[in-house]
Design a protein around this ligand. Structure first.
Ligand code: ADP
Ligand code: MG
Length: 453
């Protein structure tokens, strides 16, 4: 599989070269005996072709004899691609090319004709558990241990983008395959639809149905994709019923709960909600820190706690992006052999951080802080220096610095045209106080969280 090829290449060319060039490769479509590999730019394509082209063809042919030719192309926006390996993206839309690595010989394994390759990085071991996901995690574990248990079929996992739904599904698959004796099919709903349409075109719907109905565990990722695709929904509904009636396990993920997936047929929604419905909540700061710690530790690069905290504060929406940012830092550290510092982080991640600036405005911060400390909003810009007014104002400046991308002079201007040194002083004063006074620190943290959510 691609994973095997990557790990071999990595061994051959070394970590740095691998990260620099080869992690940029994404899998494109397979057409007959030819696979297309996609690169983001022409320069990269030419370079990879000249340096690694032959080796790539050899390796593909060794690992998958059916592949005779490797075509290198520049990716166009919208190309369906599998994730580059060292960077994390959603694997659910990867093109199906292979079985998982190391499927045990005894097992009826994953049906290679039905699946997107399971991503071997996504296991229960690498999933960091915290309050927001512990229930979903427990349900996933339970299903992996005892598929088709009463009350857990179907298992419906839902939550926002990048919170670990696909990860958990792959983990269930990996665990089942490892134990053997169950056949598992995993695919995105999108892929399910393409398969179904292709089957109709080639007049092989019976075969498609039989294949699907012969698995022990069927996992369909991102079911919301089927909204508005009535025929595919209908097909899925029948497959679903056939499997559940035959005592097979279904695992489904979506971005909303069954009852909120308006646009899915009622009878399907009803059935989806009949087993176990598990919500993955947005991450908390604590969970983001744990995830970062675990990924940093696995990378072998020392990332200071301050940097991890900075990232966990800045990138709150989505674990995938958090991970992507950390990966970039790590790649940089490896490439240039420089230690990771807060300054380097701000520099290397400049673009990402900018995109992740909270939409919270300074005005909003001022308003909330004024409310919380019971002062008038106008005092945020007034010249009054009494502590009862000055302190909240400093807190607001501090939060403005932390939560927006505004520069010190810009912040100063919003606080009654104060000088940037005043803002700087406020920021360090608040930080100092927070260190000294836990109650005050808690107050400020609370404020921050309120503004962030
Ligand atoms: P979703 O399918 O919900 O959009 P994914 O499962 O694709 O999200 O997760 C996005 C990325 O974040 C993946 O690389 C995944 O490994 C990682 N991730 C998400 N949650 C966790 C977690 N709790 N522990 C470790 N990694 C996580
Ligand atoms: Mg997903």
């Amino acid at each position: 599989s691609w994973l095997q090829i990557c790990s071999r290449l990595k061994g051959e060319v070394g970590e740095v070269e691998y990260r620099t060039w080869l992690t940029k490769i994404a899998l494109g479509p397979v057409d007959g005996d030819e696979i297309t590999l996609l690169l983001p730019t022409r320069f990269l394509r030419d370079w990879v072709r000249s340096q690694y082209g032959d080796r790539l063809s050899e390796l593909w042919n060794q690992v998958m004899p059916a592949i005779r030719r490797v075509e290198l192309q520049v990716a166009r926006p919208g190309d369906p691609v599998a994730p580059p390996l060292a960077l994390s993206e959603d694997p659910s839309d990867a093109v199906s090319i292979a079985e998982p690595e190391e499927a045990p010989r005894s097992a009826p394994e994953v049906r290679s004709d039905l699946v997107t390759a399971l991503d071997t990085r996504f296991t229960f071991d690498t999933f960091v558990v915290g309050k927001p996901n512990e229930f979903a995690y427990a349900c996933a574990r339970r299903v992996a241990e005892k598929p088709s248990s009463v009350g857990f079929n179907p298992l419906f996992l839902y939550g926002g983008v990048g919170l670990g739904k696909t990860h958990l599904m792959h983990a269930i698959g990996a665990e089942l395959v490892q134990r053997g004796n169950v056949s598992v099919a995993y695919m995105s709903a999108e892929k399910f639809m393409y398969r179904f349409i292709a089957a109709i075109r080639s007049q092989s719907t019976m075969e498609f149905k039989e294949q699907l109905r012969s698995v022990d565990v069927l996992m369909i990722d991102d079911l919301q994709f089927l909204i508005g695709k009535d025929n595919t929904q209908e097909e899925f509904f029948h497959t679903f019923n056939a499997l559940v009636d035959a005592g097979r396990q279904i695992v489904v993920s979506a971005d909303k709960s069954p009852s909120d997936l308006s646009g899915l047929e009622d009878r399907l929604r009803t059935r989806l909600g009949c087993g176990m419905v598990a919500d993955i909540h947005a991450t908390t700061f604590e969970l983001r820190i744990s995830i970062l710690e675990s990924k940093a530790a696995a990378s072998g690069v020392v990332v200071p706690a301050k940097v991890l905290e900075f990232l966990a504060h800045k990138i709150t929406s989505n674990v995938r992006e958090l991970e992507g940012a950390l990966n970039r830092l790590i790649a940089h550290a490896n490439l240039f052999g420089r230690p990771v510092t807060l300054e380097a982080t701000q520099d290397v991640l400049h673009d990402i951080l900018k995109a992740h600036d909270r939409r919270v405005t300074i005005e909003e911060i001022q308003k909330r802080v004024a409310e919380h400390w019971n002062i008038r909003l106008t005092d945020m810009s007034s010249a009054r220096r009494a502590r009862a007014v000055a302190r909240p104002r400093q807190v607001a400046m501090y939060l403005a610095k932390q939560l927006t991308s505004r520069s010190l002079p810009e912040i100063g201007r919003k606080f009654g045209n104060r000088d940037h040194t005043t803002v700087m002083h406020a920021v360090s004063r608040v930080a100092e106080l927070m260190e000294r006074d836990p109650a005050f620190a808690e107050d400020v943290e609370l404020m921050r969280r309120m503004l962030e959510s």
